[in-house]
Structures are given as structure tokens and as C-alpha cells.
Design a binder for this molecule. Structure first.
Ligand SMILES: *[C@@H]1O[C@H](CO)[C@@H](O)[C@H](O)[C@H]1NC(C)=O
Ligand SMILES: *[C@@H]1O[C@H](CO)[C@@H](O)[C@H](O)[C@H]1NC(C)=O
Ligand SMILES: *[C@@H]1O[C@H](CO)[C@@H](O)[C@H](O)[C@H]1NC(C)=O
Ligand SMILES: *[C@@H]1O[C@H](CO)[C@@H](O)[C@H](O)[C@H]1NC(C)=O
Ligand SMILES: *[C@@H]1O[C@H](CO)[C@@H](O)[C@H](O)[C@H]1NC(C)=O
Length: 951
């Protein structure tokens, strides 16, 4: 090219006279200028220096600098490798123009940002251009087609937006094109079908849309194509079957509909085919059996139907067969058991029936078999573990029968065994001394007999053991069970166990103990106080005697204790009242005596927690002393009366939809009712009847406990919350409550209305049926359910922070203030109550106008922090509580691993990415400097971004 020729001459000229005219050569000078304009936080370019004395030669100084490569006699720079040097800033293009001879330019894995400088496209000798893993943004600039010699263009993982560069298709020598992991949008240009030499094309993880152009099928030199993680329209073009060299095809998670074209079976060199997470329908083409080299076939998470083709027995190289999450049926063909290379068989969540091929495992070394949630019957194939490498065997929720012997009694490679919810019977032949790696065993809901294997204490890696609901099991809890060093969960409810609970000496890691519905007797061991991590203990429906150990009360994380239906006696230890973690406490139907300690913790439990103990008294049961009785009944009567008044008023209000009404009442002034839309209609008679069944209400309950339910005969339940205030504060308080009522959002607990006088207000909230998240945090949820919770909470908070004016901090965000509706959608309760409480007192810092702007920001930051913690609590199903500080210091990989292990379904790459992002947000939100935390708006964007528009 003219220009470059000219440049070259000029460079030569400059070189010749450098000793006279210039202090240095233009290459070195350009690089020094470049260095001075970018950031180099790690001092990676510290050796980019000129010799201190002018020692001119015709050589290029820069040839000895790191990353710079010259020709033999050091007269031209031929390659620049600035990769992974922690460089950043905008990349100034003008310094590149001298490097006309350069062949390789690699600036990958840095933090360069801004537009990609077009001057790079003047380096017409370039054969390889690697920009990957930076943060270049904006439109991909025009002009790249002048790089005639380019064979490699790698722009993976940047932030480019706008359309894919059409021009690259004119580069005839291009072999590798990677534009994945940016924000490119619009369709794949049909021109991309005209590459002449392309071998590798990767466009995954952008915002690409439109139809996949049929022209792509003309790419008969391409070996590897990844275009998934976009959101296309339409179906897979059958023409892709013409890409005869293709070995790797991935169009996963791409919003594809229609059936799988059988023409893909013409891809006779294909080794990997990934079409999971689309909406594909129809049958799995039996013709795929013609693809001899096929080694990985993943069609999971679609709507495919029909059987596994019998012909698949011909796929001698097949290692991975994943058809999970479809609607397939029929029996698993015998031929599958013949496959000599099969190591991973994942067909869970389908409608497969019949029994598994009895020689499964005989012909290949199986590592991971998951056939759970189908309609399979029969016994476990006897040789399933014969290959010696089976580490995950997941058979739950089928109707398998028979014994575990001999198929898995000696399967020493097992790490995870889940066979719950079947009809297995016989003794449990597992020899834990021969299972050195086993971490997870779920045998629950079967028909096992013969007791828990006594050598369970030898399973040194065991974390989770569940044998619950094997009603004929019998036997005892083996003596040394608790000495298992890693045991977290031990569940053996409804197993007809007898005997005592062995002493819990070394149980540091135990979190959940479920032994309800057995015939266990004796005392609850005092040594339980050693189980510092204990969160849930269910001993209900046994024959325990003796006292409730006071030591239980000091366990820091204990949130669930059920001791109901035993023969326990003595008193309820007062110390439980100090527990901040306790959510469920049930001692009903024992022989407990004395008075229920009077503190918030117990008051919240309701009468059902204490019923059936003849000698027990105190709130919420019948009062113990005369004085209490007066207070109690008076309080109750007062509330009933007030609610009656309010409700009576509501009838008027309902007629006029919105409004204010006055009723005179004694010294505390007029009662006034404000109703927000949505308060249900009812009659005076309804009200009368309903309040007689009002559950409980203390005379002067502290703020946090001052909630009661009122069930109306129309079927509507409202939660009532009482707020007291100094009369001077009435205006401020009612104004604020009105603002709370105006805060209407799907993820907030609705305030239906309130009535108040000069000193007292009753707030009527929607009552939600499904309890709160603190009670349900331990439930097993899949990622979709967890995500729903996280995003719902984020939306509610975002509304309070950004859509209310002025912003309304929640102020008391925690699991127990997140209520669940019938769809398990989260609703934030108690929002603003903290601010409200501060206003009730005239001496509080809140000014007369109800402003609290000085602390507003801090409160918002605090909400964000709490939100970060709640993400972690949800992700770990409650294993990591209040983890804000600790997660900041934990290596991210460790967090990730812990959380991926959580769910079987967490194994798909996209799920992992989403979980990773959620953890990232949790880390951002819990940063120690409040100002470093993201706004809720940004947090929500990050969280919802990865769903709808994955990066
Ligand atoms: C540099 O070496 C090449 C051979 O590697 C030779 O062709 C060229 O003439 C040399 N240039 C100079 C300026 O010495
Ligand atoms: C770079 O190339 C463009 C067109 O390809 C040309 O207009 C421009 O002058 C070139 N710049 C340099 C410094 O050679
Ligand atoms: C491609 O597949 C179709 C249908 O499976 C078949 O009719 C056709 O002959 C195949 N083409 C080639 C080139 O193998
Ligand atoms: C599989 O499902 C299809 C459609 O739902 C049904 O017609 C067919 O009978 C089923 N086959 C078996 C073996 O259950
Ligand atoms: C499971 O199989 C057993 C024995 O074949 C049978 O009695 C039982 O009804 C089946 N259960 C279900 C849920 O299909």
C-alpha cells in the first residue's frame, strides 16, 4: 500500500539519521508515548526505558523491552504482546501507525476501555489481532477489511455494542473469529456465510436476535461454531447440516423453537452437539446415530418428546448423553447399556418408564447417572458400579424396588447417592467403611428395614444423611454417629427408632437434626450445647422425658426447635428469651409447667406452641396471675373495640372508596380512619364475629411484637399493627403512614388502611398465607425459585429507594420481614416502621416535619448491605447467615463451589453464570464502605440483566 510504503521509507530514513536528528528511533518513541498515555498499575512496562546515555545505533531500543519482538537484526518490530499486564485506560491509536510491519498484536486480558482505535486497521501486515478480555465499548469500528492478511480476530469478552461487523466477512484468510461475550445486537449478517477459510466462529453471549441465517450453512470450512446464549427467533436452519467439517456445534440457550433438523445428522465429523435450554419440540432424530464421532450430546431443557432412539446404540464414541428436563417417554433402550464409552447419563425430569437396562454399567465406566423424577420401576442394574468410577448415582422420585445389594453395596467410588422417594426395601447394605468419599446419602421415603448401618461413623466425608420416612426401619441411632467430623444434616424421622439419643460430644458441624416421629426416649442430651452450628432440631412425637436443657438456649444460630408431643417436664428456660435467632419454638403436648417467660420471642409463637401443657401459663396462654388477667383481657377488649370502630368506619369508606371519617372517643380524641384502596368489604356483623376469634393481642406490646391477625368471616385475614406516639407527633406520624400507604408495589406488603387517634394508630396490612422467609429459608429450592426470591426482594427495595419520594428506607430488612404469598413471591413487610418508630417520640432527632435526611443516606446504604446478606442466605438456603463481613474475606471460588454444590440442577453453565452474578452483587452490596455499595437500582439491573440479556 502506498501509505505504508511511504511510512516504511520514512522509518528507514529516520533510522539512518537517528544519531543526528532524533534522540531515539520512532518505534521506541511511539511505545514510550503509548506507555505515558495508558495506566500501568502493576508497573509491567517498567523496563520500557531508554539507555541513560545517548548510545545511538541503528538498532531499535525497544527490541529488548518486554512484550516487544523484532526481526533478526532488530530493524523492525514484528510483534507486540501486551497481554495480561494489568494495563488500562483508553488505547490511543495514533502511536500504532509506525508499526507497519507488525504481524502479531496481542493486547488481551487488560482493562482497555473506550472505542477500539481504528488506526489498528492500518497495520496491514497483521495476521493475528487479539483484543480479548478487555472492556472496549461502542460500535465495532469500520475498516477492518483492510487487514487482508488477518487470520485471527479475537475480540472475546468486551463491551462492544451495535451490529456485528459485516466487513470481517471480506477477510478471505480469516480462520478464527471470536466476537463472543459483548453486547452486539441485531441479527447475524447473512454475509457471515461467505467466509472462505473460517475454521472457528464464536458469537455466543451477545444480544443477537433475528433468525439464524441459512447462509451460515455454507461455511464448509468451519470446524467449531458457538452461537448460543443469544435470543434468536425461529428455528435451527436445516442448512447447518451442510457444514460438513463441523466438529463442535453449540447453540444452547438461544430461544430456538421448532424441531431439531434431521439434516444435522449429515455432520459426520461432529463430536459435540449442544442444543440445551431452548424450546425445541418433536422427536430426537434417530438419524443422529449416523454421527459416528459424536461424543457429547446435550439436548436437555427443551420440550422434546418421544423415546430415546434405539439406534443410539451405534454411537460408539458417546460419552455424555444429557436429555434431562424434556417430555420424553418410553423405556430406556437396552442399546444404551451397550455403549462402550458412556460415562455420563442424565435423563432426569422426563416420563421414562419401565426398568433400566439390566446390563447398564457392564460395558462402560459410568461416572454419573441421574435418572431421577421419571416413572422407572424395577431394580438397580447389578453392574451399575462395575466400572469402579461411579461417583454420582441419582435415582430419586421413581418407583424402583428391590434391595441395594449387590449393585451398590460395594460401590466405593460413590460421592453422592440419592435414591429417596422410591420403593427400595431390605436392609441397607452400605458399608460405610468402604465408602471413603461419600458426602451425601439420601435414602428417605423408601421401605428399608434393619436399622441404620452401625458403621456410619466411618464415613469420614459424610455431610448429609437422610433416612426419614422408612417406617419399618427400626433400631437405634448408632452410638458414634455424631463423631462424624463433617456431618451437617442428620434426618431420621418416622423410622420407628427407639433407645436414647447418643451424647453429642463432637458435633461442631451439625446444623440440622430431625428425629421426629420415632420412639426415642430418655433425656435430651445436655451435650447438645456442643453443637454450635445447630440451626434446626426436631424431636417432636417421641418419648423424651426430663427437662429442656437450658444449654440449648445459648446456641447462637438455633432457629427451629420442635419438642412437641413428648413427656418433657420442668420449666421453659428463661434464657430462650435472649435468643435472636429463634423463629419456631414448640413445646406443646408435654408436661411443662410454670410460666412462659414474658418476652417477645415467645409471644410471637402463638398458642399452638404451648398448648397441651396443663401446668403451663402466661401469655399467649391463659394468664398466671390476677394482675396479668386484668391487663390481658382489658387489652384485648380495647383492641376489639377499636377495630370495631375502624371497621365500622370502613363500611362508609368503602362506599366512597377513599376518605376520612371522624368518631369521637374519650380523652384520646377523635378516631379517624384512612383507607387505601383495596380494603375488603365487610359488614358490622362480620366484624363482631371475627374479632371474638382474634388470636391474641397484648395490652402494651413492644413495637416489634405488636402484630396480630384478625380473621374476617368473609375469609379475609388482615394483620394489625399497633403504633403509639406522643400526641404532638400525630401529624408527622399520620403523614408518614399515608406515605407508606401510597407505596404500592407487587413486592411490598400492602397497607390497606389505618385508624388513629391522638396517641395510637392501628395499621391494617394484607395478611399473606405462606409465612415468612426466615421460617422457610431451609427449604430446598432450585435456582429458579431462589432467583425469584432475590429479584422480588430487589424490586421491592428498589421501589422504596427510587420510586418513593422522598426515598423510604426499609430500615429493618431481614428474613422474617419478608413474607411469602401463595405463589411464594416475596413481599417486604415492616418497611418504614423503623423511621415511624423514630418519629413517635418528640425528643427523637426527627424534626417536626418528619424529615430525617441526615440519616436517610445511611439507612439506604444499610438496606443495601442487608440485601447483600439476604442474597447469600437465599443462595445457601440459610447456611450462611449474616455473612456480610465473612464473605468479603472468603475467596470467591470457595463461595462459588459451596453454592454450586447446593443443588443438583446447578450444574448447567448458564445457571452457574447467574449464580456467579448473584454472588457478585452480594459482594458489592456488602462492601464495608457504604459509598462503595451499588444503588438498589444498579443492583437490580445487574441481577435482572443476566436473565433477560445475558452477557
Ligand atoms: C536485516 O536482516 C535481513 C535478513 O534477516 C536482511 O535481509 C536485511 O537486509 C537486514 N537489514 C539490515 C538493515 O541490515
Ligand atoms: C489509515 O488507513 C486509512 C484508510 O484505510 C487512511 O485513510 C489513513 O490515511 C491511514 N492512516 C495512516 C496514518 O496511514
Ligand atoms: C443430508 O441428509 C439428508 C436427509 O437426512 C439426505 O437426504 C442427504 O442425502 C444428506 N446429504 C448428504 C450430502 O449426505
Ligand atoms: C409417549 O407420549 C406420547 C405423546 O404424549 C404418547 O402418544 C405415547 O403413547 C407415549 N408413549 C409411551 C411409551 O408412553
Ligand atoms: C410402586 O411399585 C409398587 C410395587 O410394584 C406398587 O405397589 C406401588 O403402587 C407403586 N407406587 C407407585 C407410586 O406407582
Amino acid at each position: 500500500m502506498e501509505i505504508s510504503h511511504f511510512l516504511y521509507l520514512w522509518v528507514l530514513f529516520a533510522l539512518m539519521f537517528s544519531s543526528v536528528v532524533l534522540a531515539t528511533d520512532p518505534y521506541s518513541e511511539a511505545l514510550l508515548s503509548l506507555k505515558s498515555e495508558i495506566t500501568d498499575d502493576s508497573n509491567s512496562l517498567s523496563d520500557w526505558l531508554l539507555p541513560s546515555e545517548g548510545n545511538p545505533s541503528d538498532k531499535i531500543h525497544a527490541c529488548s523491552w518486554s512484550g516487544v519482538k523484532c526481526n533478526e537484526n532488530s530493524t523492525v518490530v514484528i510483534s507486540l504482546d501486551l497481554s495480561s499486564k494489568n494495563l488500562g485506560g483508553a488505547l490511543p491509536g495514533k502511536h500504532f501507525v509506525v508499526f507497519t510491519e507488525i504481524v502479531d498484536l496481542n493486547i488481551s486480558d487488560n482493562s482497555f476501555s473506550g472505542n477500539l482505535p481504528v488506526e489498528i486497521f492500518n497495520l496491514t501486515n497483521l495476521r493475528s489481532l487479539d483484543l480479548s478480555r478487555n472492556n472496549f465499548s461502542g460500535k465495532f469500528p469500520g475498516g477492518i477489511s483492510s487487514l487482508h492478511n488477518l487470520a485471527v480476530l479475537d475480540a472475546f469478552s468486551n463491551s462492544f455494542s451495535g451490529p456485528l461487523p459485516v466487513e470481517v466477512s471480506q477477510i478471505e484468510k480469516l480462520k478464527i473469529l471470536n466476537l463472543a461475550g459483548s453486547y452486539f445486537d441485531g441479527p447475524i449478517p447473512p454475509e457471515y456465510g461467505s467466509f472462505k477459510s473460517l475454521e472457528f466462529i464464536h458469537l455466543a453471549g451477545n444480544f443477537l436476535s433475528g433468525k439464524i441465517p441459512a447462509e451460515i450453512g455454507r461455511l464448509q470450512t468451519v470446524i467449531h461454531m458457538e452461537i448460543g446464549y443469544n435470543s434468536y427467533q425461529g428455528s435451527i436452519p436445516w442448512q447447518l447440516g451442510n457444514m460438513s467439517e463441523l466438529q463442535y456445534l453449540d447453540i444452547a440457550d438461544a430461544n430456538l423453537y421448532g424441531s431439531i433438523p434431521k439434516q444435522l445428522s449429515n455432520l459426520t465429523k461432529l463430536q459435540s452437539l449442544f442444543l440445551f435450554k431452548n424450546h425445541l419440540t418433536g422427536l430426537v432424530p434417530w438419524e443422529f446415530s449416523k454421527i459416528a464421532p459424536l461424543s457429547s450430546l446435550d439436548l436437555s431443557d427443551n420440550q422434546l418428546s418421544g423415546p430415546i432412539p434405539e439406534s443410539f446404540g451405534e454411537l460408539k464414541n458417546l460419552r455424555l448423553l444429557s436429555l434431562m428436563y424434556n417430555k420424553m417417554n418410553g423405556t430406556v433402550p437396552q442399546a444404551i447399556a451397550k455403549l462402550p464409552s458412556l460415562d455420563t447419563l442424565l435423563i432426569w425430569n422426563n416420563f421414562f418408564s419401565g426398568s433400566l437396562p439390566q446390563d447398564l454399567g457392564r460395558n462402560s465406566k459410568l461416572g454419573w447417572v441421574d435418572v431421577s423424577t421419571n416413572n422407572l420401576v424395577g431394580s438397580i442394574p447389578p453392574d451399575i458400579c462395575a466400572g469402579g468410577v461411579l461417583f454420582k448415582l441419582i435415582l430419586f422420585s421413581n418407583n424402583f424396588t428391590g434391595s441395594l445389594s449387590p449393585s451398590i453395596s460395594n460401590c466405593s467410588s460413590l460421592v453422592r447417592l440419592r435414591i429417596e422417594d422410591n420403593s427400595f426395601s431390605g436392609e441397607i447394605p452400605l458399608k460405610f467403611s468402604h465408602l471413603p468419599d461419600i458426602t451425601y446419602v439420601d435414602l428417605s421415603r423408601n421401605k428399608f428395614t434393619g436399622g441404620i448401618p452401625t458403621d456410619i461413623f466411618k464415613a469420614s466425608e459424610l455431610q448429609y444423611f437422610n433416612i426419614s420416612n422408612n417406617p419399618g426401619l427400626g433400631g437405634i441411632i448408632p452410638e458414634k454417629t455424631w463423631s462424624l467430623p463433617l456431618l451437617q444434616n442428620f434426618s431420621a424421622s418416622a423410622c420407628n427408632l427407639s433407645g436414647n439419643v447418643p451424647p453429642l460430644q463432637s458435633c461442631k458441624s451439625v446444623i440440622v437434626v430431625e428425629l421426629q416421629k420415632n420412639s426415642l426416649a430418655g433425656n435430651i442430651p445436655v451435650s447438645i450445647s456442643q453443637c454450635e452450628a445447630l440451626r434446626k432440631m426436631d424431636l417432636a412425637n417421641n418419648k423424651f422425658t426430663g427437662k429442656i436443657p437450658e444449654e440449648l438456649a445459648s446456641l447462637p444460630d438455633l432457629s427451629f426447635i420442635d419438642l412437641s408431643h413428648n413427656n418433657l417436664s420442668g420449666q421453659i428456660p428463661e434464657k430462650f428469651g435472649d435468643s435472636s435467632s429463634l423463629v419456631v419454638f414448640n413445646v406443646s403436648y408435654n408436661d411443662i409447667s410454670g410460666s412462659i417467660p414474658s418476652n417477645d420471642v415467645f409471644r410471637l409463637m402463638g398458642t399452638t406452641a404451648f398448648a397441651g401443657n396443663q401446668k403451663l401459663c402466661g401469655a399467649p396462654l391463659r394468664p398466671c396471675h390476677a394482675s396479668m388477667a386484668i391487663l390481658g383481657s382489658k387489652g384485648k377488649r380495647k383492641l376489639t373495640w377499636i377495630l370495631l370502630l375502624c371497621a365500622g368506619v370502613v363500611m362508609f369508606i368503602v362506599a366512597s372508596a377513599w376518605g376520612i371519617f371522624y368518631i369521637t372517643r374519650g380523652s384520646k380524641g377523635r378516631w379517624k380512619m384512612v383507607s387505601f384502596s383495596g380494603l375488603p368489604q365487610f359488614t358490622a356483623n362480620d366484624i363482631l364475629r371475627s374479632f371474638s376469634s382474634t388470636e391474641s393481642m397484648e395490652a402494651e406490646p413492644p413495637l416489634s411484637a405488636s402484630v396480630c391477625k384478625a380473621v374476617l368471616p368473609t375469609g379475609i385475614t388482615v394483620s394489625v399493627k399497633k403504633i403509639e406516639f406522643e400526641s404532638k407527633r400525630m401529624k408527622v406520624v399520620t403523614e408518614f403512614v399515608s406515605r407508606m400507604g401510597d407505596a404500592r408495589h407487587k413486592n411490598l406488603n400492602r397497607l390497606l388502611g389505618f385508624c388513629y387517634n391522638k396517641q395510637l394508630a392501628y395499621l391494617l396490612f394484607d395478611n399473606l398465607p405462606n409465612g415468612n422467609l426466615a421460617e422457610k429459608i431451609n427449604l430446598k429450592r432450585d435456582w429458579a425459585a431462589k432467583y425469584k426470591l432475590v429479584i422480588g426482594i430487589a424490586r421491592g427495595l428498589c421501589f422504596l429507594h427510587h420510586d418513593c419520594y422522598p426515598a423510604m428506607p426499609h430500615g429493618d430488612l431481614r428474613l422474617s420481614n419478608i413474607l411469602l404469598d401463595e405463589n411464594m413471591e416475596p413481599h417486604l413487610a415492616e418497611f418504614g416502621i423503623k423511621s415511624l418508630a423514630e418519629m413517635t417520640n418528640a425528643s427523637s432527632p426527627a424534626s417536626e416535619t418528619g424529615e430525617f435526611t441526615t440519616t436517610l443516606k445511611e439507612e439506604l446504604y444499610m438496606d443495601t448491605y442487608k440485601f447483600g446478606e439476604i442474597i447469600m442466605e437465599i443462595l445457601t438456603s440459610g447456611r450462611l447467615m449474616n455473612a456480610g463481613v465473612s464473605i468479603q474475606s472468603k475467596p470467591k471460588e470457595m463461595l462459588l463451589r459451596e453454592i454450586y454444590d447446593e443443588s443438583e440442577a446447578g450444574s448447567s453453565e448458564s445457571t452457574r453464570e447467574e449464580i456467579k452474578m448473584a454472588i457478585e452483587v452480594a459482594l458489592l452490596c456488602t462492601r464495608s464502605r457504604p459509598a462503595d455499595r451499588p444503588s438498589m437500582e444498579d443492583a437490580l439491573k445487574l441481577l435482572s440483566g443476566f436473565r433477560s440479556q445475558r452477557k
